[in-house]
Design a protein around this ligand. Structure first.
Ligand code: AMP
Length: 512
């Protein structure tokens, strides 16, 4: 099927041609004719499938007739994050290059005044995050009764972020006759309930379930000690030893860790930027822009900030933490291996991650191979400024030493000036891994080798049943074992057998 078979206007088709798209993607093929026919659509599709164009292209066609009135947007698109909202705005710029439509963006972290000016002029398309939209509404600056088409994008992400009550409220402010287009990568029951409540006789369109991972992605697991500095050392080693690393996204579960990991990488001389929800909009955009232009090689990010971002050529994804929701794993690694390209996704796993690995493998149906235990000698955590909660600041000399420890992957390191580079090459000793095995044990707990998980390959982690059998065995043994917590100094009274009290004896009926 071609774009010209979908019923899109000439202006839109011209824009699609200049975007270089040859054929519609499956979600576009399925959704576009229904959106054009003003039907409600329930789309189950994730980012990377071309779902943004599946609603923006027909919306542009529909908007060619009619015009906007002040403070009364004609269409409304809700996005869970500012970045996604900005990205959808960008799509309207690209696909709407032959139209003269007003597109307004209402997102947090940006001045109300500028947004108001645009609203006053009348918006053909209003793209908003739920919170900021309701702020404007409550200030009486916005009327939603003129909305003909309402799009909820990434609904499952909205659920994760606690936006469902806001969406319910917004839906009730819209005219009942509107068209609703609803996209979600997964359909948990809360999302299904929301769809049942607000969509009228929707057409359901669905592409590759969120559970599947692209075959072009090489997935691996690497074991690590559980301490943050262990994981940071493993991460550096992965970066240094990665083949063909052009750029990478490093995912952390917590915002706090995003900042720490980014700081640590920067201090070790890597080119890294952070992206998490607590950063102000300007810095988020600046980091993202730097990453897209390849000025920043490593993007350390949280799920919320990275969800749905369109960064077409990421060679590597590293999971600094394994995600606690298996679906997030699918989304994260989907940042690489896009559009048929090769990609690599490596997750750092500690002993405690066993259950998450099980859940991911159960969801995706993939068995993820383990890389053997990593050798720390080339990237020992010696000099890791973030170690043990930043308690130790590196001396100037310490920093100098780190600089000369050139990791193999020079691309991930900040660009030195030719002079600096020359000096570094003169001074830099050969990587410690080969010629300078660390003389003393690294000041971090040893990495968890594959063997620490039990049978080293291919599935080094004992099964849940085995694990629980082992635990049961251990608790039985406890009576014969020495009390570890007190060392050699166990007070004598703690070693006496416990005698039941009179009360207990009576209760148990054991009293004479
Ligand atoms: P999305 O799933 O909307 O985030 O889109 C993912 C990427 O696919 C974006 O970079 C789009 O520019 C690109 N894209 C969308 N539709 C097509 C198409 N029909 N052919 C090729 N690339 C496309």
């Amino acid at each position: 099927m071609n774009f010209s078979d979908l019923g899109l206007s000439e202006k839109v088709l011209a824009a699609v041609r200049s975007a270089g798209y040859e054929k519609p993607t499956p979600i576009q093929e399925q959704a576009i004719p229904h959106v054009l026919a003003r039907r409600d659509v329930l789309g189950v599709a994730q980012t990377g499938t071309g779902k943004t164009a599946s609603f923006t292209l027909p919306m542009l066609s529909l908007l060619e007739t009619g015009r906007a009135r002040a403070r009364m947007p004609r269409t409304l698109i809700l996005e869970p994050t500012r970045e996604l909202a900005a990205q959808v705005e960008q799509s309207f710029v690209v696909y709407g290059q032959n139209h003269r439509l007003t597109v307004s963006l209402l997102i947090g972290g940006v001045s109300f005044a500028d947004q108001l000016k645009k609203l006053d002029r009348g918006a053909d398309v209003l793209i908003a995050t739920p919170g900021r939209l309701l702020d404007h509404f409550e200030r009486g600056k916005l009327l939603l009764t003129g909305v003909d088409t309402f799009v909820v994008d990434e609904a499952d992400r909205m659920l994760d972020m606690g936006f469902i009550p806001d969406i319910e409220r917004i839906c009730k402010l819209l005219p009942p006759t509107r068209q609703t287009v609803f996209f979600s990568a997964t359909m948990p029951k809360e999302i299904q309930h929301l769809a049942d409540q607000f969509l009228r006789n929707p057409v359901k369109v669905e592409v590759a379930p969120a559970a599947s991972t692209a075959k072009t992605i090489t997935q691996r697991l690497i074991s690590s000690g559980s301490k943050p500095w262990d994981k940071r050392a493993v991460l550096r080693s992965l970066i240094d030893n990665a083949k063909d690393l052009k750029n990478a996204i490093i995912f952390c579960n917590r915002k706090r860790d995003v900042a720490t990991v980014c700081r640590s990488l920067t201090k070790h001389g890597y080119s890294a930027g952070a992206l998490h929800g607590d950063m102000d909009q300007t810095s988020r955009m600046a980091t993202l822009d730097g990453f897209k232009k390849n000025e920043v090689t490593l993007l350390v990010a949280s799920d919320v900030a990275a969800r749905g971002l369109d960064i077409p050529t990421v060679s590597h994804v590293f999971n600094f933490d394994l995600p606690t929701h298996a679906e997030d794993y699918v989304h994260r690694i989907g940042r690489t291996g896009r559009a048929g390209r090769e990609g690599t996704a490596i997750s750092i796993a500690t002993k405690a991650d066993r259950k998450y690995i099980d859940a991911i493998e159960a969801l995706t149906g993939d068995t993820i191979e383990w890389i053997g235990a990593i050798d720390f000698s080339s990237s020992s955590s010696e000099g890791d400024d973030e170690e043990r909660g930043n308690s130790r600041k590196p001396s100037r000399r310490g920093r100098g030493k780190q600089r000369s420890d050139a990791p193999k992957n020079t691309e991930a390191r900040k660009q030195d000036t030719p002079k600096q580079e020359e000096r570094r090459q003169e001074k830099a000793p050969a990587p410690r891994r080969k010629e300078q095995p660390a003389p003393t044990p690294a000041p971090v707990s040893a990495p968890v080798s594959a063997a620490d998980y039990g049978d080293p390959s291919p599935r080094p982690v004992p099964s849940r049943n085995e694990a629980s059998r082992n635990n049961r065995g251990r608790s039985k043994d406890r009576g014969e074992r020495q009390v570890i917590g007190m060392g050699d100094h166990v007070p004598a009274f703690l070693l006496l057998p416990i005698r039941p009290t009179k009360e207990k004896e009576q209760k148990n009926g054991t009293s004479d």
